[in-house]
Design a binder for this molecule. Structure first.
Ligand code: CA
Length: 259
């Protein structure tokens, strides 16, 4: 008898849009389904510095994590985040026009039935499971800290003039520590990585209602972007969707798709 065991594989799609108010896109993204590496960054800094910081972070993370022969472990991802931080920081030190540039980052690693979110700043990682959307990452932002300390309500945080202030970024200090969230993956799970240009415009229930539509991932990305633009499009909008799909691997190790 052939032994069969449930396993998951992943598929992904992404979209990044200027929005309706900005003249350049300072968001950047990259992914490799094969290596299980997915990343969204949102740069900041004067002139072109934000674009440089986010692009540098994505390039460095993809080079270090998707360039190796096997899927990376979370410890390697933490080291890669440190290396990306150093790359941006030292570039800013060498060129005063880039001084103070930085970027937020949300990174998802997948490996069979496990997944890890790593984040720095206020780019977010969510999981839709059984039609319930949950924010997994915790923003490194001034307002989030106030809410957690009980000094501000969620509604006040959303209106606060300080809501743009982030408390952790890649590239602005010589060292940075990402938060790491380990997850057990179930077939059907849908992960969302996004910049704040999406989550500022759309409430979580609205994002959830879009993600629950029975559409291919690239169509879902397009729906998210157009909804954020309709809601104002004040900032660049980036979303990356990763779906866990059930496969059945037979005893000989050749995976095939579940019916
Ligand atoms: Ca942004």
């Amino acid at each position: 008898m052939i032994s069969e065991k449930a396993a998951v594989r992943y598929s992904a799609a992404a979209a990044s849009d200027l929005g309706r108010k900005r003249s350049s896109n300072e968001d950047a993204l990259g992914y490799s389904v094969e290596k299980g590496v997915f990343v969204v960054c949102d740069g900041m800094g004067g002139a072109a510095a934000g674009e440089i910081a986010s692009a540098l972070a994505v390039d460095e993370l993809m080079r270090l994590l998707a360039g190796s022969r096997r899927a990376p472990a979370p410890q390697e991802a933490e080291r890669a985040v440190g290396a990306a931080n150093q790359a941006i920081f030292s570039r800013a030190q060498r060129n005063h026009k880039l001084s103070g540039m930085g970027t937020t980052m949300v990174l998802l690693l997948t490996c069979e039935q496990r997944a890890w979110f790593l984040n720095v700043g206020d780019s977010r990682g969510y999981r839709l499971r059984q039609e319930r959307l949950e924010q997994i990452t915790v923003d490194h932002s001034h307002v989030e800290e106030q809410v957690r300390a009980g000094r501000m309500s969620q509604a006040e945080a959303e209106r606060s003039p300080l809501r743009n202030v982030i408390t952790r970024a890649l590239g602005t200090q010589s060292q940075v520590t990402p938060d790491v969230f380990e997850l057990e993956t179930e077939p059907g799970d849908l992960f969302l990585l996004s910049s704040d240009g999406l989550t500022r415009e759309l409430s979580d229930p609205l994002i959830e209602s879009i993600l629950r539509l029975d559409l291919p991932l690239d169509h879902l990305c397009a729906r998210l972007v157009s909804a954020a633009n309709k809601a104002g499009g004040q900032d660049n909008i980036t979303c990356l969707l990763v779906r866990a799909v059930q496969t059945v691997s037979s005893g000989n190790g050749v995976p095939r798709r579940a019916r």
